[in-house]
Design a protein. Structure first.
Lengths: 161, 475
């Protein structure tokens, strides 16, 4: 039954680390700025109230973006490839479930950035004539298998569109 | 027709004019700044450049040839680098002939040829060819299954055709929501005026306006609105004057425009969805406009992000019209839409009130005198929110999904299952507790991007029933 149950397959567990790392890189920039501001603040002896707020926000957002969100995201991310269609679920606050019929798939790509490569992961991008969908972090061999599988399934049964 | 042909020599003039227009900006300051001998040199250099440009344009006109050979349109061009572009007849999606006023004087047409590739693929633009030649070219390049039949076009039974009446055109103009666009243009003009007119004069005028009574002010506003309305009517009349739609086997032919005649061809099989739009003024009068979403359409027709099939007609005439022109999307009998559940109402109200409340808070903080104005705004937002809730809905029938939604105008879309590229169902925490879900269907849009249609806060069981209808997996 369509969309009643979540898809079966989870993505690679290391996706958590990938997202952690990506978030951490952004947070490092944030912290560098914050430290710079703090030093300036102390040298010019401004009142400390605002500084405390800024540090509070920094610590909270670091926790949320680096530690909390990647885990939740992994938990929610599911996919399943049937013969006739692809079924994807993602989204922490807004849970999104997507159906992509095989005959609408135009092409499938695998992609690998530096962080994904470090963990031997790759992402799979599925494109239709109107949308693109990404399954973000799969084991390298799973990703290429999935890509090949989808592209063979997609080839069957061409209709005029 | 295999001999090489050149464009109408008027192209040389067009191109020179185009170059001049672009450089005028750089040339004029020279006249103002320079003087004496320097000015003479400047003029000489300009003259030299100008002559070189003319020579180049003439050569490139000379080198630009086209011909039809082996079912291909072959265009060759380029002065230093020869560029050959062969476009197969079978890849051509649309051939549009347009005429500007200048074109009409010279009795030439501009031909735009679009292929499936969309934005970057092989496309051709023939700037100006003699009118008869243009029409012949179009007939030659049209690919139909039986080209022999095609050439006896005149002997075939009359093709269904419909032309907009003057009365309808007038109604369309006076009820068009074009106000907004005109208003924006005027706002830009005024903001520019402010830069040109000295500040003191502006201040004096403002002071004078402040002193005159409210009655006079509202009188002015009324006159301004009236002018805007007249401009809106004129805009529509110019755009949709002589609007004619003709059905020709498997394509629709649309011509429109009072001053500049535009022609558009829509192959029926590229229609992704049919829509009906009712704005706030037309809806109570029972008028709708009918449009089509066409895959890979030309930029020219993308001005409304869709192609208008007929600018205005009575709601009761729509089915008959579709029956004739797009029978695949006609509805034989009226089917009621499944409405949104009552519990969805609060989400709609919340969404539409949020910006109004924000403005209210801002006004209360900054200029408390205008607080009354924000109350009007909030009332309007409540009105719109409940309308949006009331109008949302869908209907499944056979292979067709009909959805209706409102942002400002009420839009009804009819989409076939095989045109839907992907289906999405979204729920956030609160929606899940309320058993509501948002759905999104995607179809092919202009230039390779998608069109997405969303209905928010459907009953989640009903949302799932759409998913099941759409799902290709049988298990």
């Amino acid at each position: 039954m369509a969309l009643r149950n979540p898809p079966r397959n989870t993505i690679a567990k290391d996706s958590i680390n990938v997202w952690k790392m990506t978030a951490a890189i952004f947070m490092i920039f944030f912290w560098l700025c914050l430290i710079g501001v703090t030093v300036a603040w102390i040298t010019f002896e401004f009142p400390y109230g605002y500084l405390m707020v800024a540090w509070g926000i920094g610590i909270l957002s670091t926790y949320v973006f680096v530690f909390l969100i990647p885990k939740l995201r992994f938990k929610r991310w599911r996919y399943e490839v049937f013969e006739q269609e692809i079924y994807i679920q993602h989204g922490i606050v807004m849970r999104t479930r997507t159906l992509i019929p095989m005959i609408r798939v135009q092409h499938v790509d695998t992609k690998q950035g530096p962080i994904l490569r470090k963990f031997n992961l790759a992402s799979v991008t599925i494109s239709t004539a109107a949308t693109t969908h990404e399954i973000p972090a799969l084991m390298e061999e799973d990703a290429s298998q999935l890509r090949d599988r989808i592209s063979t399934l997609a080839k069957v049964d061409e209709e005029d569109v | 027709m295999s001999e090489q042909k050149r464009l109408h020599p008027a192209v040389i003039l067009f191109d020179i004019w185009k170059v001049l227009k672009e450089f005028l900006f750089f040339i004029i300051p020279g006249f103002v700044i320079l003087s004496g001998k320097v000015l003479v040199y400047y003029l000489l250099i300009l003259l030299g450049c100008f002559i070189i440009i003319i020579i180049f344009i003439t050569i490139s006109w000379y080198r630009y040839t086209y011909r039809i050979e082996k079912d291909e349109l072959r265009i060759e061009q380029g002065i230093f680098v020869r560029n050959k572009r062969y476009i197969s007849k079978h890849r051509i999606q649309s051939i549009d002939l347009t005429q500007s006023v200048l074109h009409r004087v010279l009795n030439v047409v501009k031909i735009e040829i679009q292929t499936a590739g969309g934005g970057k693929g092989a496309e051709a633009l023939l700037q100006a060819v003699p009118k008869q030649e243009g029409e012949r070219l179009r007939n030659d390049l049209k690919h139909f299954s039986e080209p022999s039949i095609k050439s006896f076009e005149h002997e075939r039974p009359s093709r269904p055709s419909e032309k907009i009446s003057n009365k309808r055109l007038w109604i369309a103009g006076s009820t068009s929501g074009g106000f907004g666009a005109v208003l924006a243009v005027l706002a830009v003009v005024f903001s520019k005026l402010e830069q040109i007119i000295p500040v003191e004069i502006v201040n004096n005028i403002v002071e004078w306006i402040m002193r005159t009574s409210i009655v006079l002010m509202s009188g002015f506003i009324l006159i301004l609105l009236f002018i805007l309305w007249v401009l809106g009517v004129m805009g529509t009349v110019i755009k949709y004057g002589n609007f004619t739609i003709t059905k020709d086997d498997d394509e629709l032919l649309i011509t429109r425009g009072l001053l500049e005649k535009k022609q558009l061809t829509i192959p029926l099989r590229r229609i992704q969805a049919i829509g009906m739009k009712e704005n706030l003024v037309r809806q109570p009068l029972g008028y709708v406009s009918v449009f089509a979403k066409v895959a890979g359409g030309s930029l020219e027709s993308g001005e409304d992000f869709s192609t208008v099939l007929f600018p205005i007609m009575k709601r009761s005439e729509v089915e008959r019209f579709l029956q004739i022109f797009v029978p695949t999307h006609a509805e034989v009998e009226e089917r009621p839409l499944l409405k949104l559940p009552k519990r969805a109402r609060k989400y709609y109200l919340f969404r539409s009130m949020l910006p109004a409340l924000a403005i209210m808070a801002g006004l209360l903080y900054a200029i408390p005198d205008y607080f009354g104005l924000s109350i009007v705004l909030v009332v309007c937002s409540i009105f719109f929110g409940s309308l949006q809730h009331q109008d949302g809905g869908f209907c499944l029938h056979g292979e067709r999904l009909t959805i209706r939604y409102r942002t400002f105008s009420k839009v009804t879309m009819r989409i076939h299952r095989k045109r839907i590229q992907a289906f999405e169902m979204k729920q956030h925490k609160l929606q899940r507790l309320d058993n509501l879900a948002t759905i999104k269907v995607s179809i092919i849009g202009m230039l390779g991007s998608g069109n997405h249609y969303t209905i928010k806060e459907l009953d989640d069981e009903e949302a799932r029933s759409i998913a099941e209808w759409y799902s290709f997996q049988t298990e």
